[in-house]
Design a binder for this molecule. Structure first.
Ligand SMILES: [Zn+2]
Length: 166
């Protein structure tokens, strides 16, 4: 079991990196023949609605969303590629854990931290009864690898390293 203080430090590392990501609320479009599976940031969604209204000579198109939905992958704006703030499903978490287990995790990468911040938001530290324990086994194995690779996370000099992002 990972000590509580180290859990808090991992969370802080993830959050410090994640806060450098420019995340926008997720929006989508509604109206006739519109693909609701496509996500946009608000400025692009508004632009798309304007285009649809002009193209179809109909006012029946709207921007929808603006709240978090569960996603099996990280959502990006279809037009400008901004990060969109969906939350990770358990499947998305599994995929991220697998990715970092195979490719390594870099605490200096805002992108890596952002992903793990979302994983911890969904999975937290406790095993939820209806979930399979192997998800948590894989997650905790990854945490132990991160702690081993970046000694300062569990070291008393931790505070000197946490500010490396600034
Ligand atoms: Zn956009």
């Amino acid at each position: 079991m990972i000590q509580k203080i180290v859990q808090r430090r991992l969370e802080a590392v993830f959050l410090a990196g994640a806060s450098r990501i420019d995340e926008w609320p997720e929006h989508w479009l509604t109206g006739k023949d519109v693909d609701q599976g496509e996500s946009y940031c608000l400025p692009c969604a508004e632009e798309e609605v304007e285009n649809l209204i002009k193209k179809n000579h109909s006012d029946d198109y709207f921007v929808d969303g603006g709240w978090g939905t569960g996603g099996d992958v990280q959502a990006f704006c279809e037009k400008c590629n901004r990060y969109l703030g969906n939350f990770f499903t358990l499947y998305a978490c599994e995929q991220e854990v697998l990715h970092f287990t195979d490719n390594g995790f870099d605490p200096r990468s805002a992108d890596d931290c952002y992903s793990m911040d979302k994983v911890i938001s969904t999975m937290e530290w406790q095993l939820i009864p209806e979930e399979k324990s192997e998800h948590y086994d894989a997650l905790h194995k990854l945490y132990r690898t991160i702690i081993n690779n970046f000694f300062w996370i569990s070291n008393s000099t931790y505070s000197e390293y946490l500010y490396m992002w600034n």
